[in-house]
Design a protein around this ligand. Structure first.
Ligand code: PLP
Length: 411
């Protein structure tokens, strides 16, 4: 019998029942159960560099160690002044208009800042344009803050790039913001400058806030070039999110930031709301903030990993080659970020259910994947893998995937 008191119902006001985060959901729980029974699994569900042997760069670790004795007090709610200076200088050098330490908010990861930003912005029933597929925290935070996600489709046939015309057609009198995730999780798409200019023009025309998640901004492959949005947005209010979790492989440190740009007169209330919400949670993790200056202005340690011979590059190569060799898979090669988002095609795709497939991969092949529909898409024939394991591990994973798909194709 359950010991749970039936009177302790969860809040309905927060619409928790509408929220999903399957990257750490049922399948991950089942994986832990199997591990408890002694099974050895390959877990590709989380973009967690530390879990795959990556370490945060030495000079970042040293920056924390050198300052650890100064990390006892709370800091200002928006973050340590030196850290905010470094972030503002970095974004200013990229051309972000009006970037200043006063307009930087340091948080316990980008995750916290996404929630705070949407809480500062939304009234009940207001709409946020979100990409489909999305990183599901964006949908969750919209719903939990009483907003309504409205999805613009990032079509696979178009390299998972959004169509600005379709995006504009979704704008209503209730729309408050456009969310961009670039480079994208889960698709790896990298948006070209001309496309971003068109999206900025839509936001300008309809007076929408741009919320731009650029946490993968340094992770680009081949000759793909990252274009930050804020420099294109001029006076338009724009919040840019980034942090130490991915480019600097320090996700456990829980350090992220958001930079508000555009006309200060147009974002005064929003700025004050962000400041108040930041004050209510006192401050972000302090030790990690001492690494920010070194991360942004010290040696670049991510680019070599993304170039031929580099670990991420070689694992991405394994992804591309494995999908090309499989009769059951198609792939838009990721231009950036840490994931592949292949589609199951052909005979194996008949009656395909991504959850059932992911469960079968876990139960019979000891591999944990994320079903594509976890990323708020209307189709069920995709899955996501992270590019963080060694290339040989990913090749082994794809041979197991092919084995399962082969069985499905012939039955
Ligand atoms: N945004 C995107 C697109 C992500 O993929 C993630 C984590 O995977 C986050 C935000 C959250 O990052 P953080 O560790 O800074 O909270």
């Amino acid at each position: 019998m359950s010991s749970f008191n039936p009177r302790h119902k969860i809040a309905t006001r927060t619409r928790l029942s509408e929220v999903r985060y399957e990257i750490r959901g049922e399948l991950a729980r089942r994986a832990r159960e199997l591990e408890g029974q002694g099974r050895s699994l390959i877990k590709l569900n989380i973009g967690n560099p530390g879990a795959f042997g990556f370490r945060a760069p030495d000079h970042l670790q040293r920056a924390i160690a050198d300052h650890i004795a100064n990390t006892d007090p709370y800091t200002h709610q928006q973050g340590l002044p030196e850290a905010r200076e470094a972030i503002a200088a970095f974004h200013k050098a990229r051309g972000t208009p009006n970037a200043s330490p006063e307009r930087v908010f340091v948080g316990n990861g980008v995750s916290e800042l996404i929630d705070i930003s949407l809480r500062a912005l939304l009234n009940p029933g207001e709409e946020v344009l979100l990409p489909s597929p999305d990183y599901p925290l964006w949908s969750a935070a919209t719903i939990l803050n009483d907003g309504r996600p409205v999805y613009y489709r990032c079509d696979e046939a178009n390299g998972f790039l959004p169509d600005p015309e379709q995006m504009e057609a979704l704008v209503s009198s209730r729309t408050r913001a456009i969310v961009l995730i670039n480079p994208n999780n889960p698709t790896g798409a990298n948006y070209p400058r001309a496309l971003l200019e068109r999206i900025v023009a839509i936001a300008q025309k309809h007076r929408l806030l741009l919320l731009v998640d650029e946490i993968y901004d340094g992770i680009l492959y081949d000759d793909h070039v990252f274009q930050p949005v804020a420099p294109l947005a001029g006076d338009l209010p724009c919040m840019t999110f980034s942090g130490l979790s991915k480019v600097h492989r320090a996700c456990g440190w829980r350090v992220g930031w958001a930079v508000l740009s555009g006309d200060p007169m147009a974002c005064g209330d929003f700025h004050h709301a962000m400041d108040l919400l930041g004050a209510l949670r006192l401050c972000a993790n302090v030790p990690g903030q001492f690494a920010i200056e070194q991360a942004l202005h010290g040696t670049d340690t991510i680019t070599p990993l993304c170039q031929p011979g580099g670990r991420l590059y070689e694992t991405r190569r394994a992804l591309i080659e494995s999908c090309a060799a499989s009769p059951h898979l198609s792939l838009v090669a990721p231009a950036g970020a840490l994931y592949g988002f292949p589609a199951v095609v052909g005979d194996a795709a008949r009656g395909f259910d991504d959850h059932a497939f992911a469960l079968e991969m876990l139960e019979t092949e000891d591999v944990l994947l994320v079903p594509g529909s976890s990323f708020n898409v209307p189709y069920r024939n995709h899955f996501r893998v992270t590019l963080l394991p060694e290339a040989s591990v990913l090749r082994e994973v794809f041979s197991r995937i092919d084995r399962v798909l082969e069985r499905r194709a012939v039955t």
